[in-house]
Design a protein around this ligand. Sequence first.
Ligand SMILES: *[C@@H]1O[C@H](CO)[C@@H](O)[C@H](O)[C@H]1NC(C)=O
Ligand SMILES: *[C@@H]1O[C@H](CO)[C@@H](O)[C@H](O)[C@H]1NC(C)=O
Ligand SMILES: *[C@@H]1O[C@H](CO)[C@@H](O)[C@H](O)[C@H]1NC(C)=O
Length: 291
Amino acid sequence: MDSVSALQMLLVSSLMVQTLMVASAGNFNQDVDVTWGDGRGKILNNGQLLTLSLDKASGSGFQSKNEFLYGKFDMQLKLVPGNSAGTVTAYYLKSQGSSWDEIDFEFLGNLSGEPYIVHTNVYTKGKGDREQQFYLWFDPTADFHTYSILWNPGHIIFYVDGRPIREFKNLEQAGVPYPRNQAMRMYCSLWNADDWATRGGRVKTDWSQAPFTASFRNLSANACVWSNGVSSCPSNSSSNRAWFSQKLDSSSQKVLKWVQKNYMVYNYCQDANRFPQGLPVECSVRNMKQN
Ligand SMILES: *[C@@H]1O[C@H](CO)[C@@H](O)[C@H](O)[C@H]1NC(C)=O
Ligand SMILES: *[C@@H]1O[C@H](CO)[C@@H](O)[C@H](O)[C@H]1NC(C)=O
Ligand SMILES: *[C@@H]1O[C@H](CO)[C@@H](O)[C@H](O)[C@H]1NC(C)=O
């Protein structure tokens, strides 16, 4: 190959990477369907913004058009402002069937000025009971913040504005099921859960404040798309592919510890009363060799 065609190759391949990256910076019109809520979910600004609303008659929700087997999902959310007690804004990945896998972010509203709770859970083969809950270090209703789910063969990591708040490792070697063969779709919704969400259900939704509205923007899914039983991942050389082998390096581990020490308000692994038979295996296995 002469140097001119080598240069052309280089240009073409950098263009391809560029295109992939642009394609992954989402447009809600292309990437999702508003699936319920009878007009309460709206795609605005040429696909750049999506709002969900909730009133006494109904909430609303949307889902990704694609299903995925592994990916890094980033989205910016601005949560219901003011008195949001009783409302839940959910952002999660979920597969189908009775033995489903699921990775959840749920934002539990509160009275004006009282803190939201970020509720997280991981289901494998239809079994959850792995809740961890956090307060945030900012007001999530004042502006958009980025909430991310990383899901690769070795790790599930939840991030808030790039800071890891929770990690669920692949501990199949210790007998803990790990989501790795069921494709998941991304879902978001806003609904009423005043039977449990705020102070354990003691604070009810104030319907005089309705409609409640949460906003979503800038969805990016760097992910392996699942279609007809085949998973297509970004090519290995693509710079979009770093998430596939990503794990927490030592400085991210420190951030995770900082968040957990200062902002975690519930951890199933510390709730011995709930598990009289003993804590789940993943709570005690720490340094196993990773897959
Ligand atoms: C709501 O505020 C109360 C009082 O500050 C707090 O105990 C609770 O954790 C907050 N969040 C939720 C979702 O209940
Ligand atoms: C949108 O998301 C991308 C990638 O997640 C990020 O680089 C970019 O800064 C975000 N845009 C805005 C306006 O925040
Ligand atoms: C691409 O990455 C996958 C998973 O990391 C690996 O199994 C495969 O061998 C890689 N292919 C190439 C051509 O490097």
